[in-house]
Design a protein around this ligand. Structure first.
Ligand SMILES: Nc1ncnc2c1ncn2[C@@H]1O[C@H](COP(=O)(O)OP(=O)(O)OP(=O)(O)O)[C@@H](O)[C@H]1O
Ligand SMILES: [Mg+2]
Length: 277
């Protein structure tokens, strides 16, 4: 279909590689006794065209994980690969270019520019990347998210759910390999959240995108193919073909046994989750 990448991009790594791979990724803030170990060694591969939800108690490292995986933050040690290419070794300039062309972002707070029209917001990543602005694709994406008639409005004239749908269209405009979303439904009511999740699901099923989404909501997580559970900066559990009930049960167990929110000094080394509880 029209929104799939029409031709193989020779500048991109081949299909044999996972869309995203993390190898022994650690991220610490500060040093010594007061250091916070937000990620304590994450090993993970996410296949192309997969939809992954990341859950865990507050402070367990979800946002840090997402930022490191998306090249917005650099791990203290370890490697992150996008389509087989190590991005942790790239210069700041190359990383910025890679983010603009190959990664899409959706944030809880939408992050639309209030002075630009809806359509200009959708086209912004292409403008920043210095490439051709594909107005036809922008219109097609806006139609897909149910906002065909709203391209000329300002974000301030839209509801929260509509703004998030614009943000999803914007994330997809460069036909990114991976879309990273940090609590994309955190500010939305249940029905609007359901619509937004349906759009992310569509991006995976119909456009071949890979989506990685942090969420606190078991119902949201159940839209994914796989749920990863973080606790104290480590991968504690995972669930395939999740349903809301099972996800909620796992979260209860995890929250009861993990010590997320404590500083690194409260734990010894890389002990198992729950070992210090
Ligand atoms: N810039 C920073 N400086 C120091 N510590 C930080 C920084 N950013 C995050 N942390 C710490 O790292 C740990 C993980 O934070 P992170 O934001 O990844 O958690 P989270 O799982 O996304 O939590 P939430 O569900 O509340 O958003 C926390 O202990 C947090 O306090
Ligand atoms: Mg967070």
């Amino acid at each position: 279909m029209a929104l799939r990448r029409e031709r193989p991009r020779t500048d991109r790594p081949q299909a044999a590689h996972p869309a995203v791979e993390l190898r022994a990724v650690r991220r610490s803030y500060g040093r010594g006794d007061s250091a916070v170990h937000a990620l304590r060694g994450i090993d993970l591969a996410l296949g192309r065209g997969s939809f992954t939800a990341v859950m865990g108690p507050s402070g367990s490292g979800k946002s840090t994980f997402l930022q490191c995986a998306a090249g917005l933050d650099r791990p203290t040690s370890g490697e992150v690969l996008l389509g087989g290419e190590e991005i942790t070794a790239l210069s700041e300039n190359r990383l910025t270019r890679l983010r603009r062309s190959r990664i899409g972002f959706v944030f809880q707070s939408f992050n639309l520019l209030p002075s630009l029209s809806v359509q200009q917001n959708v086209l912004l990543p292409q403008r920043l990347a210095g490439g051709r602005q594909d107005r036809r694709l922008a219109k097609e994406l806006l139609a897909r998210v149910g906002l065909a008639e709203h391209g000329g409005r300002r974000p301030g004239q839209l509801s929260g759910g509509q703004q998030q749908r614009v943000a999803i269209a914007r994330a997809l405009i460069t036909r990114p390999e991976v879309v990273f979303a940090d609590e994309p439904t955190g500010a939305l009511d249940t029905r609007t959240a359901h619509e937004v999740l349906g759009l992310l699901r569509q991006a995976v099923d119909e456009m071949g995108a890979t989506v990685v989404m942090v969420t606190h909501d078991p119902v949201a997580a159940a839209h994914a193919d796989r749920v990863l559970f973080l606790a104290d900066g480590e991968l504690a559990d995972e669930l395939l073909r999740p349903d809301p009930r099972t996800v909620a049960d796992r979260m209860v167990t995890l929250t009861a046994t993990s010590g997320s929110g404590r500083t690194g000094s409260g734990r010894a080394g890389s002990g198992q989750v729950g070992a210090a509880a």
